[in-house]
Each structure stands twice: as structure tokens, then as C-alpha cells.
Write a protein that binds this ligand. Structure first.
Ligand SMILES: [Zn+2]
Length: 78
């Protein structure tokens, strides 16, 4: 999955390492398992990720890894 098409028509380049549109996150509950020195590879394995479109700021969240379709979140301006 080297590229991803956003609903706005922008093509997200998701093959770069590090990837400019990729964000990694972990829940507070999952992070609470960690203490002391952290194995960065283990932490990376436990994180979920989303891509942020650099045109429309839409988020594509992979709650359950890349085997399932991502959830699409659209920013609502205030
Ligand atoms: Zn977009």
C-alpha cells in the first residue's frame, strides 16, 4: 500500500520512512503497561496509526491494523 487516495482526490504518499503523513498512537490503557526503559520496537508494535491528508486534513484511522478498512474522520471547522 505505497499510496492511498483520499476522498478529496489527494494522493497520500505513505511509503516514505519516516512517513510525513503517518501518525502513531497508543491508548492510555495500553501505554500504562509500560514502565521503566521502553523497547521502542515493542512500543511501535503496540501502536495504532492514522494518516492525515496534507490537503484536507482528513484522518484515516486504522483502528484494527491494515487488514481492515480505515475509518475516515473529517475535520469540522468552527
Ligand atoms: Zn484529503
Amino acid at each position: 500500500m505505497p499510496k492511498m487516495l483520499c476522498t478529496c482526490g489527494n494522493v497520500l504518499n505513505i511509503q516514505d520512512i519516516p512517513c510525513k503523513v503517518q501518525y502513531n498512537f497508543i491508548s492510555d490503557v495500553d501505554y500504562d503497561q509500560y514502565n521503566g526503559s521502553i523497547d521502542s520496537e515493542q512500543l511501535y508494535q503496540d501502536m495504532r496509526m492514522f494518516f492525515k491528508c496534507d490537503r484536507c486534513e482528513r484522518l484515516w484511522v486504522f483502528w484494527n491494523g491494515f487488514d481492515e478498512e480505515p475509518y475516515e474522520y473529517l475535520r469540522v471547522p468552527k
